[in-house]
Write a protein that binds this ligand. Structure first.
Ligand SMILES: CC(C)(COP(=O)(O)OP(=O)(O)OC[C@H]1O[C@@H](n2cnc3c(N)ncnc32)[C@H](O)[C@@H]1OP(=O)(O)O)[C@@H](O)C(=O)NCCC(=O)NCCS
Length: 448
């Protein structure tokens, strides 16, 4: 690929908000065995190394289903499956452990590559494995004895996070260790989901063949709520063996268990994980918990939520008092940030008729949600809205938040700089400072 220097710089700059956003976050990557043998493994490993260099804390949980199949089939052994789980008789265990172990070694060796002409050159990935998974026998289900197929009892979350804090990549195999000293073959998807929830991971990332989820009408999903994901799983149950189905099921379980976001990306697409995390449009499908925060235009039914948010600030004199009637009349000027049906932020934009000025007002974030860059996002949203309305200058009046607005690119000015009709409304007793900012339309403004 021939990339010009300019487009490279453009790409790098526009990725930087995502680099900041993901640095220090924990991601559990679920890597199915079938992709570990595939020719595109090198790309996957290189990309994971880039994520680690960019400060993500990574846990990789690998599968080994195809490697186990190969070892067993070489001896003409057919495994029995029930409820998507392999039955593991004692006589198969050694072969299974051999296949799992070889897969793990293959990955460890891939992470150790560092040839001068490879993307891994100079990366010095430290990969650590261990007995993080405590398991017990699945027992007898529907009359079938699963023998050495195990169920996860607990995860050594402390051990994993200590290794992550020490800049290691943690590699976990689908094997569980029991208190009786036995080893159990466990589902790698179970391991990934249980580890992700136990260590409070920020993300679960899973690989499939095709990347973005598409429904029967070929509609591609860039994002899915947990509810949409559940519906999709129920509707597509007939394709159960498909790796998209398994990945989506794991994503659903992880988000349901508290992981904020899960992503499905294609193992075949070169750089899919980098596109997914560091570009605006991503490459796969992101599943998010329903508590995902949204920014949207306010509706009349939001008035009570806005009042609850701004009333304490009005009482403190930080915001100008607004009656319910005024809010109802001006509701179209408001943008709100919503989480779990609660209004946690608001901001208003009043375009001044027959001018190219628009006033920003009533910017407020619920005290429990302050300090997370939310007001900045609301402001970015207002700027885009102002641009669509044809405004070229934003202005605002503030008594106690001057520095915050300066940090957002506003410049202090005099009342005289405002359109005459707005000057007439200026409250000289309140002595608010006046700030303006040119509206810059950035096509690639980032929604984090
Ligand atoms: C100002 C406000 C909207 C910022 O919301 P937020 O989502 O916490 O903002 P961000 O996360 O983008 O920024 C937080 C940073 O702004 C700083 N900040 C908050 N209020 C500030 C103020 N009045 N003056 C200067 N800086 C302020 C915080 O200390 C924090 O700094 P840090 O990142 O160095 O720790 C929020 O504090 C608020 O609702 N304040 C009360 C209402 C208000 O003053 N509105 C403006 C009048 S129009």
């Amino acid at each position: 690929m021939n990339i010009s220097k300019d487009s490279y710089i453009h790409w790098f700059r526009h990725s930087s908000p995502y680099i900041h956003q993901h640095r220090g976050k924990i991601a559990v990557i679920m890597l199915p065995g079938e992709f570990i043998e595939a020719p595109y493994l090198t790309n996957i490993i290189n990309d994971i190394a880039v994520l680690a260099s960019l400060g993500l804390k990574l846990v990789i949980v690998h599968g080994a289903r195809s490697q186990i199949e190969a070892v067993l089939q070489a001896q003409e052994i057919d495994s029995n499956f029930h409820r998507d789980l392999r039955v593991t008789p004692h006589e198969h265990l050694e072969d299974i452990l051999r296949a799992v172990g070889a897969t793990r070694f293959a990955l460890e060796s891939a992470f150790s590559c560092g040839l001068p002409n490879s993307a891994m050159h100079g990366s010095r990935m430290r990969v650590r494995s261990g007995n993080f998974i405590n398991a017990k026998p699945c027992g007898i289900i529907d009359g079938i004895d699963f023998q050495f197929t195990g169920e996860i009892r607990s995860v050594d979350s402390h051990g994993i996070t200590r290794l992550l804090d020490d800049n290691n990549i943690v590699l976990i195999s689908p094997v569980g260790y029991s208190l009786t000293g036995e080893l159990f073959n466990v589902s790698f998807a179970d391991v990934a989901v249980k580890v992700a929830t136990a260590i409070d991971a920020d993300k679960l990332i899973t690989y499939n063949d095709d990347g973005q989820i598409r429904d029967a009408d070929d509609h591609a999903y860039r994002e899915m709520t947990l509810l949409q994901c559940k519906k999709f799983l129920v509707e597509t149950q007939r394709h159960r063996q498909d790796n998209t189905y398994f990945s989506l099921q794991a994503c659903h379980r992880a988000c349901d268990g508290g992981v904020a976001r899960a992503h499905i990306i294609s193992a075949r697409e070169d750089g899919a994980i980098l596109k997914e995390l560091y570009t605006r449009d991503g490459s796969g499908t992101m599943i998010y918990r329903d508590s995902y925060e949204t920014i949207r235009r306010a509706r009349i039914e939001d008035v009570t939520g806005i009042i609850n948010l701004i009333a304490p600030l009005e009482d403190q004199g930080v915001l100008v008092k607004r009656s319910r009637e005024r809010l109802e009349n001006e509701i179209d000027c408001f943008t709100v940030m919503e989480k779990d049906n609660l209004i946690i932020g608001c901001a208003a934009l009043y375009p001044l008729p027959d001018t190219q000025f628009a006033e920003v007002a009533c910017v407020a974030i619920h005290p429990e949600y302050q300090g997370g860059g939310r007001a900045r996002k609301l402001l970015t949203h207002l700027e885009r809205h102002a641009a669509r309305l044809g405004a070229h200058t934003l202005f605002l009046l503030t008594t106690q938040t001057a520095h915050w607005f300066i940090e957002q690119g506003f410049i202090e000015t005099l009342v005289d700089a405002l359109p005459v009709e707005r000057q007439a409304l200026y409250n000289y007793q309140r002595k608010s400072k006046v700030f303006t900012k040119r509206v810059v339309v950035r096509a690639s403004t980032v929604d984090l």
